[in-house]
Design a protein around this ligand. Structure first.
Ligand code: AMP
Ligand code: MG
Length: 417
């Protein structure tokens, strides 16, 4: 007799945390790396630590348009200086500036060594080659010092960091033209199901547009990986085996959707039994069980469920963690939040649930509403949501007003390592 998904509580089911531990233990980071142009490094993973080759800023400069002054006595309310020159960004004043002398400076222009304050131009009265200042002056005011942002030889980035747009800006300001990043792994996928037809074709009753391949393509685009779409396999052993063989020989990681359940047309298990070492896990998660995970030769494999919401949830939970490990991303910027529940939720004990929720900020407080449609086939539940509400296995009811764990959708997983 085949297993059943009927029971909510299954003592043999694996919990999310342990499934993740097993998955991550079995994966090694791809060791190869390459050098890419800085502009092409967006979302790639740094393969080497980066130290600052220079100070940022690189020289003492002005934070204002105004006058750089050499001043000894800061106790007065009124000052007169001789203005002896000008310093523009890229065109520094090269002469000496003695006590009670000033140089007109633009923002970012070099401030001469002997100057110890910059006074903004709005506070200065200029008359011929003299300036009059009627305000208090503080030592080093409006001066940006070398290394104030980043010091030469400081460690700026550690390997394993995903490069974002800010990082690209920082690397550019360090003068870095090329960056050493991990190579892109190849990730392939295909759908299974006789009911599936391709987008763009006329749909008949009893057919379903193959949305999973598009979901997976979109989900994978966030990572530095080469994506391969292997189309659709029919619900028979030959078709699934043929595709598994070809795809697994070309990919580092292969994903399939559908056919891993306990129905009469679920052939993925039979095909995999012949080809690889695969575990079929009933995971105590909702939506999302069952899940197949293992290897076909050197290719890692996930057999995801067929229902689209389950595809997204299992991808976010497990495939994301696996990809992060493969690509060498070790820096974890996850943000787990807590929010007040707007109305009570009921669930059955036994599975960790990832309900789709709508997170809002009310007067600075986070509150979350659980969306009405939670079926694993209701993809619009994900469209209308902006977070997961995470409810542990042991919980069966959460009262209105209780604080619950939230994962905003911009963050893919609770766990990276
Ligand atoms: P299965 O796990 O193959 O029994 O599929 C479970 C449910 O997901 C069924 O209702 C399928 O029609 C649906 N499904 C499976 N694959 C896809 C797909 N690629 N796109 C949209 N729905 C799918
Ligand atoms: Mg199917």
């Amino acid at each position: 007799m085949k297993d059943s998904c009927f029971n909510e509580y299954d003592p043999n089911a694996l919990d999310v945390e342990n499934a993740l531990i097993k998955i991550l233990k079995s994966i090694k980071t791809k060791k190869s790396y390459e050098s890419v142009k800085l502009k092409d490094s967006f979302r790639r993973i740094l393969a080497k630590d980066i130290k600052a080759k220079n100070n940022i800023p690189n020289y003492k400069n002005s934070a204002m348009d105004g006058y750089a002054i050499n001043i000894k006595d800061f106790s007065k309310d009124e000052y007169i200086f001789d203005c002896i020159g000008e310093s523009f960004a890229g065109h520094p004043y090269k002469g000496k500036v003695k006590t009670n002398e000033a140089v007109k400076v633009m923002t970012g222009a070099l401030v001469p060594d002997s100057c110890n304050a910059v006074v903004m131009k709005e506070l200065v009265h200029e008359r011929e080659n003299m300036i009059l200042i009627k305000s208090k002056i503080a030592t080093n005011q409006n001066i940006r010092f070398p290394g104030e942002d980043i010091k030469k030889n400081d460690s700026v980035f550690s390997k394993g960091k995903e490069i974002d747009e800010i990082d690209i800006g920082i690397l550019a300001s360090l003068g870095q033209s090329d960056v050493c990043v991990y190579s892109k792994p190849v990730i392939g996928f295909f759908s299974t199901g006789d009911e599936l037809i391709s987008v763009g074709k006329l749909i008949k009753k009893s057919q379903v547009y193959d949305s999973n391949r598009y979901l997976l393509h979109g989900l994978l685009q966030k990572y530095p990986v080469k994506i391969k779409d292997y189309g659709v396999a029919k619900d028979n052993l030959t078709s699934i085996t043929r595709k598994l063989k070809k795809a697994s020989s070309e990919c580092d990681l292969l994903l399939t959707t559908g056919g891993v359940s306990v129905g009469d047309a679920d052939f993925v298990k039979d095909a995999l039994d012949k080809l690889g070492k695969i575990n079929f896990w009933k995971i105590a998660v909702k939506p999302g069980r069952p899940l197949a995970y293992g290897k076909i030769n050197k290719c890692l494999f996930f057999g995801l469920p067929g229902n689209p919401v389950s595809v997204v949830v299992t991808f976010n939970l497990f495939v994301n963690a696996a990809i992060r490990k493969i690509i060498g991303q070790t820096i974890d910027n996850r943000l787990l939040l807590e929010a007040r529940l707007e109305s009570s939720i009921k669930k059955r004990k036994g599975r960790k649930e990832y309900k789709r929720g709508l997170l809002k900020v009310n007067n600075g407080n986070l509150s979350v509403r659980c969306l009405a449609s939670q079926g694993s086939n209701i993809l619009s539940s994900l469209k209308n949501a902006n977070c997961y509400i995470v409810l542990d296995e042991s919980i069966d009811k959460v009262e209105k007003g209780t604080y619950v764990k939230i994962i905003p959708f911009t963050l893919e997983s609770e766990h990276y390592e």
